[in-house]
Design a protein around this ligand. Structure first.
Ligand SMILES: [Zn+2]
Ligand SMILES: [Zn+2]
Length: 257
């Protein structure tokens, strides 16, 4: 297993702060969706998502996210806080191996600027699009829009997910055919080794080599550093809120005290 090293921490959570999560790597893609479904479902004028591999998100709060399918066949599986009902993410469009995190639930949402603005035709007029930002009418095709490295990461995640599903299915079949006596709780069984665990019970990091960790670490670090640099540049160009407030106060000072 990889040795502990500092990792850029990107955390998020719900409104009541009982359900918290940490993302372990840079997202695959970030997009804003201005479609009417997203407007209705979010109750806002557009939705903003960061797509990421499902197993790269760790629950770190008092409560684990609760997974529900609000309307089977219509709405995708969602992760909510079981206390305040904030929706943290939805299952990805492409595979159960990926999820779309709601960017507004990140502690520093400004880190994730959309790589793409989709359904631009239903965007409300007063929402501006940053200069140079990519836009598209209707939905985008990830094969054209996503960086190659992200497509490859999704492919690997889908493969891993499918394999785990197959192994789980095989395990369930095996349980059905073996006598009930072998189904004793694990507590009663001394010397249970790793092979007794279900594949999903294993943390993905357990199998990660130092080399893989290094690669993931570098990817995340460089993406986040680039975003932070962009952000600080933007902030230094703009007035600070305090300066703006001061100016406003000066301008609005009553003529006759
Ligand atoms: Zn909550
Ligand atoms: Zn949408």
């Amino acid at each position: 297993m990889a040795t502990a090293r500092p990792f850029p921490k990107v955390t998020g959570g719900c409104f009541c702060r009982k359900t918290r999560y940490r993302i372990e790597t840079a997202p695959l893609f970030c997009y804003a969706c201005h479609c009417q479904d997203c407007q209705k479902a979010s109750g806002s004028v557009f939705a903003c998502y960061a797509s990421i591999e499902r197993d790269r998100v760790t629950s770190i709060g008092e409560l684990d996210p609760s997974l529900t399918v609000p309307v089977p066949g219509v709405l995708r599986e969602q992760a909510r806080c079981s206390s305040c009902q904030t929706i943290l993410w939805a299952c990805g469009d492409y595979s159960p191996a990926s999820i779309d995190i709601k960017v507004g639930t990140l502690d520093i949402p400004t880190l994730m600027e959309p790589d793409m603005h989709a359904f631009i035709e239903s965007k409300v007029d007063w929402v501006g699009i940053p200069e140079g930002a990519k836009t598209c009418k209707g939905d985008f095709d990830r094969r054209d829009a996503w960086p190659k490295a992200s497509l490859e990461r999704l492919r690997v995640a889908m493969q891993k997910h499918d394999k785990a599903m197959e192994e789980n299915k095989a395990l369930a079949e095996q349980r059905k055919t073996t006598p009930a006596s072998s189904d004793v709780p694990e507590d009663d069984e001394d010397g249970a080794d790793a092979s007794d665990k279900t594949p999903t019970a294993q943390s993905p990091d357990e199998k990660e080599t130092d080399e893989e960790f290094e690669k993931r670490f570098k990817e995340t670090e460089s993406t986040l550093l680039a975003r932070l640099e962009q952000l600080s540049k933007k902030l230094s160009q703009e007035e600070t809120p305090e300066a703006a407030m001061q100016k406003l106060n000066l301008d609005e000072q009553p003529k006759d005290p």
